[in-house]
Design a protein around this ligand. Structure first.
Ligand code: ZN
Length: 154
């Protein structure tokens, strides 16, 4: 498994942010595809990161989130992206493409629902509306009653 797959989505995004903001203050090669780095974080002292690209789970960071826990934190991800900037751009391109795809899917789905409603018969609409009013949340019912001036009638 690649390093990014071992990290949570949030850690990858924050790591990308750290990489972009150049939070890696020192980077040193310590072996084949292995690096040590200092990454400035929330505390005054930078965190010490050890990155093992070929064995992601061996990577370490002494921040409170990852210390002694074999977790791939944002500092490790930031170091990874600093060593492999192409991976960073690949991540960003894929992530934004996915988001756009997702938004497009949502839009198409909304369109589909609208289209369906526009073509419903009056009796079907009435039935659907009553169902929404009586089976939906109370605020929905109350709002309908208020908006249509029905308070006095019941
Ligand atoms: Zn960390």
């Amino acid at each position: 498994m690649g390093l990014l797959e071992c990290a949570s989505g949030a850690s990858v995004w924050r790591g990308y942010d750290y990489y972009k903001k150049k939070k890696i203050v020192r980077l040193e090669e310590i072996g084949t595809n292995a690096f040590s780095a200092k990454v400035s974080g929330n505390s005054s002292e930078p965190y010490s990161v050890e990155l093992h690209i070929d064995h992601p789970r061996k990577s370490k960071c002494n921040c409170p989130h990852a210390n002694g826990k074999r977790i791939i934190c944002k500092h490790i991800v930031a170091t990874y992206f600093t060593v492999l900037p192409d991976e960073a751009e690949k991540f960003y391109t894929e992530a934004t493409a996915y988001q756009e795809e997702e938004e497009k899917r949502q839009e198409e789905f909304s369109d589909k629902v609208c289209h369906y409603v526009w073509h419903m018969k009056k009796s079907e609409l009435q039935e659907a509306l009553l169902q929404l009013l009586f089976e939906g949340p109370d605020w929905q019912f109350d709002r309908f009653v208020r908006q249509n001036g029905l308070e006095d009638d019941w």
